[in-house]
Design a protein around this ligand. Structure first.
Ligand code: SF4
Length: 63
């Protein structure tokens, strides 16, 4: 699993960092940062949930 984001679409809601704090964080402007581009399989469910719930659809999960 590999995680990418489109930061130019991010609206800084912070859902991703709340749902999966080992994988996502926010910079000083609130925009998403990916902490682990290739997270462990154990984190798959929360990463997929973060991608689903991102209001700006900025998160992509690649297999
Ligand atoms: S949930 Fe989406 S819009 Fe909100 S901070 Fe994360 S990537 Fe940005």
């Amino acid at each position: 699993m590999r995680v990418t984001t489109e930061r130019d679409r991010c609206v800084g809601s912070g859902q991703c960092a709340l749902l999966s704090p080992e994988v996502f964080d926010q910079d000083d402007d609130g925009l998403v940062l990916v902490l682990r581009e290739e997270p462990a399989e154990a984190l798959r469910d929360e990463v997929l949930q973060a991608a689903d719930l991102c209001p700006s659809r900025s998160i992509r999960v690649h297999d």
